[in-house]
Design a protein around this ligand. Structure first.
Ligand code: ZN
Length: 497
């Protein structure tokens, strides 16, 4: 067998083990595991991680990579397989098995504790395990040393090739513009009235409609599932087994927009070409690009007027008590209202970026030991006040709202806002090629956009790095101006400015 073929096959087994690991986590989150059972699951998850670690750091893996590296004139896919295998090997070999196991065990326990703490809005319950998580991540970053600073090393795990400085540059250039824009909208005398969204909408009906939309925009239920959870996410249990999750308990239309969001992630995973299945390239290339897909469908498509021109009559029929006599135009304005709020996942697409900047700034100081875990609730609240002008009434709606830190995901948050920025830039390109794209949505037609995304982004999996991919697709590096162009063009008319 050729060196590249052997390397590819070897890493396919590693990929399959990862899918099994995903299944254990999916089950824990979706099926609300009994709290006394979590110990056993944490041992199983740690075992899989140990097996993965052993395979990934074996002499065989090292030898296969060096053999494959000698090959010349490789196509893009083979070159990327070597690049990613080498990256995974070189990272993993720096981490002692004990640390890998400890991180996984702690993550399973901390997730469970976080759920309890969030429910009771009691940060103290979560504090000891969060402290341990931060220490473990600091140790991991110190060992990996991909970059001189710890935070860049952790960010790189989610957004390969991206550093703290690079993101800080982007975010700092945006922050004043963003806060000004929010102020401008908020002081407008034509603020949309969104009280219609605060009415009661039957949960089962919402869920049913979310399923209908899911299928209409291209999620193939032959290759995946949708389940209900408290904190939505998407995961793959195999290349053609994509699981999305939805919550129905949040204010309307979170169930709908949240489902469209997860569907955007799922379409990416489902669209990866067959040739890459089970290989190390079988997954989105970075979390930022992944998030660009979810946020594009959720906001640019799912909150567009054309989208609702198609769906609104169905919603009026499902919820006549609220919507029968309520004009589409007013509904469209309501779902696009921009206002500071406590919960990131429910935030509008403009203030959303400020929620991310808050986390980005906190994480940097936290990992560098400049702030302590016990200071987080207070720090969180004061930053909320600075950036958004509001203070959460409790920790549940403040520092305890996100699952990420319990999972050890420090460095993940910035990718969310990068996603919004990438989304506007990619959509701008799609519009250049298909100027009438939005008219499709009026007829419940989404395949032109999906085909464009499949062609340009999805099929490639992780063959191209995010920074290369955006250049290939749009002809330039990440440019935040597209985001502002998009939100201004959309929101000025809504606010009659
Ligand atoms: Zn997402």
């Amino acid at each position: 067998m050729s060196a590249i073929k052997e390397l590819t096959e070897y890493f396919k087994e590693i990929q399959k083990l990862s899918y099994i690991s995903n299944l254990l986590e999916w089950d824990q989150q979706v099926n609300m595991m009994a709290y006394k059972s979590v110990e056993g699951r944490s041992e199983q998850r740690a075992l899989i991680k140990k097996l993965l670690h052993k395979r990934l750091t074996s002499d065989k893996a090292g030898n296969l990579i060096s053999e494959a590296e000698k090959l010349k004139d490789l196509n893009d896919i083979d070159a990327a397989i070597i690049r990613e295998a080498k990256r995974a090997y070189e990272q993993e070999i720096k981490l002692p098995e004990g640390l890998v196991v400890e991180i996984e065990k702690t993550s399973a326990l901390a997730q469970q504790k976080w759920q309890e703490a969030r429910k009771k809005s009691d940060f103290k319950l979560f504090e000891p395990l969060l402290k341990k998580t931060v220490e473990l991540q600091r140790e991991k970053a110190t060992k990996l040393e991909t970059y001189p600073d710890l935070y860049s090393t952790l960010i790189d795990l989610f957004e390969p090739g991206t550093t703290y400085d690079w993101i800080a540059n982007v975010f700092n250039s945006i922050k004043p513009k963003l806060t000004d824009f929010v102020k401008k909208l908020n002081t407008s005398s034509n603020k949309p009235d969104d009280s219609i969204l605060q009415k009661n909408y039957d949960e089962d009906k919402q869920y049913k409609l979310s399923r209908e939309i899911l299928e209409k925009i291209g999620f193939d239920l032959g290759y995946g599932r949708q389940d209900k959870v408290t904190h939505p996410f998407t995961t793959s249990l195999a290349p053609l087994d994509v699981r999305i999750t939805t919550r129905t308990t949040e204010p309307f239309p979170d169930c709908i927009t949240g489902t469209i969001h997860e569907c955007g992630h799922a379409l990416y995973e489902m669209g990866i070409k067959k040739e890459l299945h089970d290989t190390i390239l079988c997954g989105g290339t970075s979390l930022g690009i992944h998030e660009s897909q979810s946020r594009m469908w959720e906001n640019i498509v799912g909150r567009s007027k054309e989208f609702w021109q198609y769906w609104y009559p169905t919603f009026q029929k499902s919820f006549p008590e609220n919507l029968k006599d309520y004009p589409l135009e007013e509904f469209y304005r309501a779902i696009n209202v921009v206002q500071p709020s406590f919960i990131r996942v429910n935030a509008d697409e403009v203030t959303y970026g400020l929620h991310i900047i808050l986390r980005f700034e906190i994480e940097k100081d936290l990992i560098e030991d400049k702030i302590q875990v016990n200071e987080l609730p207070e720090l969180w609240n004061s930053k909320m006040e600075d950036l958004l002008g509001i203070v959460p009434p409790n920790d549940k709606e403040g520092v305890l709202q996100d699952v990420h830190w319990s999972m050890g995901y420090i460095g993940y948050f910035p990718t969310y806002f990068l996603g919004s920025l990438y989304a506007s830039q990619i959509y701008n390109d799609a519009l250049k090629k298909m100027p009438n794209l939005n008219n499709d949505y009026k007829n419940g037609e989404f395949s032109n956009l999906l085909n464009y995304l499949r062609e340009n982004i999805h099929q490639h999996g992780s063959v191209y790095r995010a920074t290369d991919l955006i250049k290939r697709v749009t002809g330039e590096q990440l440019n935040p101006n597209y985001f502002f162009e998009y939100v201004e063009k959309k929101l000025y008319p809504i606010y009659q400015l």
